[in-house]
Design a protein around this ligand. Structure first.
Ligand SMILES: Cc1cc2nc3c(=O)[nH]c(=O)nc-3n(C[C@H](O)[C@H](O)[C@H](O)COP(=O)(O)OP(=O)(O)OC[C@H]3O[C@@H](n4cnc5c(N)ncnc54)[C@H](O)[C@@H]3O)c2cc1C
Ligand SMILES: *[C@@H]1O[C@H](CO)[C@@H](O)[C@H](O)[C@H]1NC(C)=O
Ligand SMILES: *[C@@H]1O[C@H](CO)[C@@H](O)[C@H](O)[C@H]1NC(C)=O
Ligand SMILES: *[C@@H]1O[C@H](CO)[C@@H](O)[C@H](O)[C@H]1NC(C)=O
Ligand SMILES: *[C@@H]1O[C@H](CO)[C@@H](O)[C@H](O)[C@H]1NC(C)=O
Ligand SMILES: *[C@@H]1O[C@H](CO)[C@@H](O)[C@H](O)[C@H]1NC(C)=O
Ligand SMILES: *[C@@H]1O[C@H](CO)[C@@H](O)[C@H](O)[C@H]1NC(C)=O
Ligand SMILES: *[C@@H]1O[C@H](CO)[C@@H](O)[C@H](O)[C@H]1NC(C)=O
Ligand SMILES: *[C@@H]1O[C@H](CO)[C@@H](O)[C@H](O)[C@H]1NC(C)=O
Ligand SMILES: *[C@@H]1O[C@H](CO)[C@@H](O)[C@H](O)[C@H]1NC(C)=O
Ligand SMILES: *[C@@H]1O[C@H](CO)[C@@H](O)[C@H](O)[C@H]1NC(C)=O
Ligand SMILES: *[C@@H]1O[C@H](CO)[C@@H](O)[C@H](O)[C@H]1NC(C)=O
Length: 496
C-alpha cells in the first residue's frame, strides 16, 4: 500500500498529470454544491486570500480559492478533490514561511478564514477555537475573563499551524507545548468523515496531531485548556553590544536552572547598524510581582531600552507583534543543542554565536543594508519543567526527553526584494550546516528541528525522539491508507 503511494508521487509529477488534475480540482468544486465558496482569480475574495501570507516568498498562483463556511463544507470539498485526484494546499494563518507549504500553483488553495468558532465552555476551563484565527484574536476574546491560552507569542501568528507544530508559548514551563493543552480536535479525515480526536476517542490520532502537522486530516476546531492569567509582567529588554557576553551568560544561567515555572524568556542577538544588541523577551505570569530573582542576571545589565511592565497577554502579543513587518521576504531556520549544565550550555551558545557571526559578513557583502530588514539569532531554552508538564498531559509526537536541557535556536533573516532570495537561501543553508557540524563535533548537537522555526530544506520528523516518526507513520496509515495528505496535499512537512 505504502509503496504504491511512494511510486505514485513521482509518476504524477513526471507525466504532468498533476497539473491537469489540479485544474480539475477547481472545476470539480465549482460544479458541485460548493460553488458559492469557490473563488477564481478575477474575484475580490481571491485577490484578498491569495495575498494573506506572512512572507512574499509564499505568494503563488492557485487556480482558485476554496473558502468553506463549515466543517461539513470542508469535508465535502475534500471528498470532491480526492475523487477528482486533484492537488490542493491548506492555509491557516499563513505564517509557515516556506514556499509551497501552505500554497500552490494552479491547484486549489483551501483557506480556513471562515472556520471561526470561538467560545468558552460553561465553566470557562476550555476555549474552542476555529483554525481561521490568529492568536491576537484568541487573546482579545479571553482577556475580559482574565484568561489566557498557551498559544503564539506574537499576535499575528496563526492558530492551526502553530498548534500542529507543537506550540512554543509563554506558559510552557507550566503547561508544556501549546498542543499539550489541546484536549480535543475536530478533524476532517481523508475519507471526508468528521471525527473528534481526544484521549478517549481516536487516542492515536489525538497524539499524532500534537506535532504531526498536516499528515492526518484538516483540523476544524481546537478545544484548548484556558489558563488563569489576568495580567502578566513582561516586556522586551535590550542591552548594548558591550554586554553581549554577559547577556549570553544570563541565557545559560536561566536555561541551566528554570526554577520559576511562571517565567519564560526569548533571548536574541540582533545585529543592527554595525553593532550587535542583546534583546530578550522576559515574561512572568504574575499580576502583582515584578523583577523575579531568576531574571536578575538579565535585569542587572543596564538596558538600552525596556518595555517591562504589567499588561494583559493580549497587549503583550500586540506589542511583540509589532516586529512583524508585512509583505517582505522572510526565512526562519531551526536547530537544537542539548547540554547538562551552565558551563556546557554557555559553550554551546557561544559556539552558535561565533559561528553565526563569523558567517554574517558573507551575507551583508551581498545585500545592501537598506534591503535587510531584520537579522536575528534566537535561543529558546526548553528544560525539565516544560517537558515534565508535557508528559503529565500525556505527551506529544515531538519526543523530547525530560531529563535533558535543550536550547532550540532559530536564525531569522528578513529582507526586501526577491532578487536576494537565492542569496539568503544559500547563506542560511550553509550557515546552518556549519553550526550543526560544529555543535555535533563538540557533542552538543541534537537532531530536533522545531517545525515552527524550520526552513524547507530541513528534516523535521527524523529528529523527533522516542520512535516518534515510526509511530506517526503507523497512525497515518491507519487514518489515511491511500496517502491523500501526501499525494494531493503536497505542501508542508510530511511523514512519508
Ligand atoms: C513572526 C512569527 C512568530 C512566530 N512565533 C511563534 C511562537 O511564538 N511559537 C511557536 O510555536 N511558533 C511560532 N512561529 C512559528 C509558527 O508556529 C508557524 O509559522 C506556524 O506554521 C504558524 O501557523 P499558521 O496557521 O500561521 O501557519 P500556516 O502557514 O497557515 O500553516 C502551516 C502548515 O500547517 C498546515 N495547516 C494549516 N491549517 C491547518 C489545519 N487546519 N489542519 C491541518 N493542517 C493545517 C498548512 O498546510 C501548512 O503546511 C512564529 C512564526 C512567525 C513567522
Ligand atoms: C463556476 O460555476 C459557475 C456556475 O455555478 C459558472 O457560471 C462559472 O463560469 C464557473 N467558473 C469557472 C471559472 O469555471
Ligand atoms: C470570511 O472571511 C473573510 C476574510 O476574513 C471575511 O471578510 C468574511 O466576512 C468572512 N465571511 C463570513 C461569512 O464569515
Ligand atoms: C471525545 O470524542 C467523543 C466522540 O466524539 C466525544 O463524545 C467526547 O465528548 C470527546 N471528548 C472531549 C474531551 O471532547
Ligand atoms: C536554582 O535556582 C534556585 C532559585 O534561584 C536556587 O535556589 C537553586 O539553588 C538553584 N539550583 C541549582 C542547582 O543551581
Ligand atoms: C501575588 O498574588 C499571588 C496569587 O494571588 C499571591 O499568592 C501572592 O502572595 C501575591 N504576592 C504579592 C507580593 O502580593
Ligand atoms: C558539566 O557537564 C560536563 C559534561 O557532562 C561535565 O564534564 C562537567 O563536569 C559538568 N560541570 C559541572 C560544573 O557540573
Ligand atoms: C559572540 O560572537 C561575537 C562575534 O564573533 C564575538 O565577538 C563574541 O565574543 C561572542 N560572544 C560569546 C560570548 O561567545
Ligand atoms: C533521556 O536522557 C537521559 C539523560 O541524558 C538518558 O539517560 C536517557 O537514556 C534518555 N532517554 C531516552 C529515551 O533517550
Ligand atoms: C531594495 O529595497 C528597496 C526598498 O527599500 C526596493 O525598492 C528595491 O527594489 C530593493 N532592491 C532590490 C534589488 O530588490
Ligand atoms: C554537515 O555539513 C554537511 C555539508 O554541508 C551537511 O551535508 C551535513 O548535513 C551537516 N551535518 C549536520 C548534522 O547538519
Ligand atoms: C473514514 O475513516 C475513519 C478512520 O479510518 C473510519 O473510522 C470511518 O469508518 C471511515 N468512514 C467511511 C465512511 O468510510
Amino acid at each position: 500500500m505504502r509503496l504504491a503511494v511512494a511510486v505514485a508521487v513521482p509518476l504524477l509529477a513526471a507525466t504532468g498529470v498533476a497539473a491537469t488534475a489540479a485544474a480539475t480540482g477547481c472545476s470539480a468544486l465549482n460544479a458541485s454544491s460548493l460553488s458559492a465558496e469557490i473563488f477564481f482569480p478575477t474575484s475580490d475574495v481571491y485577490r484578498y486570500e491569495a495575498q494573506e501570507f506572512w512572507s512574499n516568498t509564499e505568494i503563488m498562483a492557485p487556480g482558485c480559492v476554496f473558502r468553506p463556511q463549515s466543517s461539513e463544507q470542508l469535508a465535502s470539498g475534500v471528498e470532491a478533490l480526492v475523487k477528482a485526484e486533484a492537488e490542493f494546499a491548506v492555509r491557516g494563518g499563513g505564517h509557515m514561511g516556506i514556499r509551497g507549504s501552505n500554497n500552490i500553483d494552479d491547484g486549489v488553495l483551501v483557506v480556513m478564514s471562515n472556520l471561526t468558532t470561538l467560545e468558552l465552555s460553561d465553566d470557562r476551563s476550555v476555549v474552542s477555537i476555529g483554525p481561521g484565527y490568529r492568536w491576537s484574536d484568541v487573546y482579545a476574546y479571553l482577556s475580559p475573563y482574565g484568561l489566557a491560552a498557551a498559544g503564539g507569542r506574537l499576535g499575528p501568528v496563526g492558530v492551526p499551524g502553530l498548534l500542529l507544530a507543537g506550540g512554543i508559548n509563554y506558559y510552557g514551563n507550566q503547561v508544556g507545548f501549546g498542543c499539550d493543552t489541546v484536549i480535543n480536535y475536530e478533524v476532517v479525515l481523508a475519507n471526508g468523515s468528521i471525527v473528534n480526536a481526544n484521549r478517549s476517542s481516536h487516542a492515536d490520532l489525538f497524539w499524532a496531531l500534537k506535532g504531526g502537522s498536516s499528515n492526518f486530516g484538516i483540523v476544524t476546531r481546537f478545544d484548548m485548556e484556558t489558563i488563569d492569567s489576568p495580567l502578566v509582567w513582561a516586556g522586551i529588554y535590550t542591552v548594548a553590544e558591550e554586554y553581549v557576553g554577559r547577556f549570553l551568560e544570563a541565557t545559560a544561567t536561566y536555561a541551566a536552572n528554570i526554577s520559576n515555572p511562571k517565567t519564560h524568556i526569548v533571548p536574541a542577538l540582533v545585529p543592527e547598524d554595525g553593532a550587535t544588541l542583546g534583546s530578550v523577551i522576559l515574561f512572568y505570569d504574575s499580576a502583582n510581582e515584578s523583577y523575579p530573582d531568576i531574571f536578575k542576571p538579565f535585569t542587572d545589565i543596564p538596558a538600552v531600552s525596556s518595555t517591562l511592565g504589567f499588561k494583559t497577554l493580549y497587549e503583550f502579543a500586540e506589542e511583540t507583534g509589532e516586529v512583524v513587518t508585512p509583505h517582505i521576504n522572510d526565512i526562519f531556520v531551526a536547530g537544537t543543542i542539548k547540554a547538562p549544565n551552565y558551563s556546557t550550555l554557555l559553550s554551546a551558545i557561544s559556539l552558535i554565536n561565533t559561528t553565526f557571526f563569523a558567517q554574517l559578513p558573507k551575507l551583508t557583502a551581498q545585500i545592501p543594508s537598506s534591503n535587510i530588514s531584520i537579522i536575528e539569532l534566537d535561543f529558546q531554552p526548553i528544560g525539565s519543567a516544560w517537558l515534565s508538564a508535557s508528559a503529565s498531559r500525556g505527551g506529544n509526537a515531538l519526543g523530547l526527553n525530560a531529563s535533558e536541557i535543550y536550547i532550540c535556536y532559530a536564525e531569522v533573516v528578513e529582507w526586501i526584494g526577491e532578487a536576494y532570495d537565492d542569496i539568503v537561501n544559500q547563506w542560511v543553508e550553509e550557515t546552518t550546516y556549519l553550526i550543526n557540524n560544529k555543535t555535533l563535533e563538540a557533542g552538543f548537537y541534537d537532531p530536533f528541528n522545531y517545525m515552527g522555526d524550520a526552513a524547507g530544506f530541513q528534516d523535521i520528523f527524523g529528529g523527533y525522539g522516542a520512535g516518534g516518526l515510526e509511530r506517526l507513520r503507523t497512525v497515518a496509515m491507519r487514518y489515511d491508507p491511500d496517502g491523500v495528505w501526501q499525494r494531493f496535499m503536497p505542501g508542508g512537512f510530511k511523514v512519508f
